[in-house]
Design a protein around this ligand. Structure first.
Ligand code: SAH
Length: 387
């Protein structure tokens, strides 16, 4: 079995609980194969933990267990069962949710999403890649899925020296799968939709927004229209905008699937759309802003902050007094208090003040591991314009 020894700095970091060790914080690497389970030790040879080794990534070690137990199919089975029991407690009213969220479920860099009887898997490190067949066999044993699709078309895999690919692991994944979320139904494109087909992380916020929004509502960055569909149940009129034609087409189909004819879908750049709407004197009672991550890395933070600021300012100009802004950032690198600062400045620039109705994050099926700040990425504020 491969062995890694940590530097004093790496040891302090590990003892604080973070599940990763960076290559710079390793002193020696012995017999460690790419993706293998290795032992992490102190310089004196004291056992610390076991985890996945990567021979390419800056993240050389990903924690799997703090004890010297055997890491085999039985071990992975118990991790999956634990993840399942947790979801049974925190997920309700949907047939689509995340079963495994990497480190937060003790299976680093593995993503498993469920869409009814169809499943999608992503392996984002050499270690997760190596156990993929075992995981697929366990999913079949524990859940009897109709199909399992591997959606490994992610650029982060190149950091691990892994190729981009899509592969069927079981059954025949259909082109579209119909699922439900609260009172609405939608069809997911497992093969080429964004993420694994849907933004499951916003589910709880979509349900909240659906209960709260009234009047004329704008869903900006609507993707397949899910915020719009939930909002359309109470709102008198909904406008939904996305720059992707595929997304708008899918969103229209989802609206007709739910017999919701109060939604107008527009393919446009949201920044331009907001500006044009202000110039045209349009006003809304609710605006949802759910943009893609503007800060993919730390070096993007300043530009991203300007982007979020501009976006929120434009949205606030369109909002009637008493109107509701639902504004999200899925950039890990923009922390919650930074995001609130950005919104505060946009509010000031728009000449209005905001009441914070609630601050939320990704759904509980994407649990935040508090020793692993990287697992906390989604911020979603619900605000009311007070003047
Ligand atoms: N709210 C959606 C998820 C949105 S993901 C949901 O709950 O499912 C972000 C979306 O923004 C993507 O669909 C992407 O196509 C779109 N997008 C990215 N940049 C854009 C821009 N400048 N203008 C409009 N849409 C954009």
């Amino acid at each position: 079995m491969g062995r890694l020894t940590v530097s004093s700095k790496g040891l302090a970091w590990h003892q604080k609980g973070h599940p990763w060790i960076f290559r710079d914080d390793l002193e020696t690497v012995q017999d460690a194969d790419s993706g293998a389970i290795v032992v992490l030790e102190t310089k004196n040879g004291r056992f610390l933990a076991q985890g996945f080794y990567s021979d390419r990534s800056k993240i050389a070690f990903r924690l799997v267990s703090r004890s010297p137990e055997k890491i085999d199919a039985r071990f992975w089975k118990s991790r999956i069962q634990e993840a399942r029991r947790y979801r049974e407690r925190v997920v309700a009213g949907t047939s689509a949710y995340r079963l495994i969220y990497g480190e937060s479920d003790g299976i680093p860099s593995l993503i498993v999403d469920r869409y009814g009887d169809h499943w999608v898997v992503q392996t984002l490190s050499q270690g997760a890649e190596k156990i993929m067949e075992t995981i697929a066999a366990l999913l079949r044993e524990l859940f009897q899925p109709l199909s399992i699709l591997l959606r490994n078309d992610l650029s982060v895999r190149s950091l691990e020296g892994l190729p981009q690919e899509k592969k069927v692991l079981h059954g025949e994944p259909p082109a579209l799968v119909e699922v439900f979320e609260g009172d609405i139904r939608y069809r997911v494109d497992l093969w080429s939709g964004q993420k694994t087909g849907a933004y499951l992380d916003q589910r709880e916020n979509r349900l909240r927004a659906g209960r709260l929004l009234q009047g004329k509502v704008l869903d900006a960055f609507c993707y397949q229209g899910l915020f719009a569909l939930h909002a359309a149940r109470e709102a008198s009129q909904v406008v939904a905008v996305d720059s992707s034609q595929d997304a708008v087409n899918r969103a229209r189909e989802n609206a007709s699937l739910n017999s919701l004819d109060r939604i107008q879908f527009i393919r446009e750049n949201v920044f331009n759309f907001l500006k044009a709407q202000t110039e045209a004197g349009e006003r809304y009672d609710g605006v949802i802003l759910d943009p893609p991550a503007f800060a993919k890395s730390r070096s993007d933070v300043a530009a991203a902050a300007r982007g979020y600021g501009e976006l929120n300012l434009r949205a606030l100009r369109l909002l009637n007094p008493g109107g509701i802004l639902v504004t999200a950032s899925c950039s890990y690198n923009i922390l919650e208090h930074d995001f609130l600062d950005i919104i505060r400045k946009s509010a000031r620039d728009s000449g209005s003040d905001l009441r914070l109705i609630g601050r939320y994050t990704q759904g509980a099926d994407h649990p935040i591991l508090i020793s692993f700040p990287e697992s906390y990425y989604l911020k979603c504020f619900f605000l009311q314009k007070v003047n």
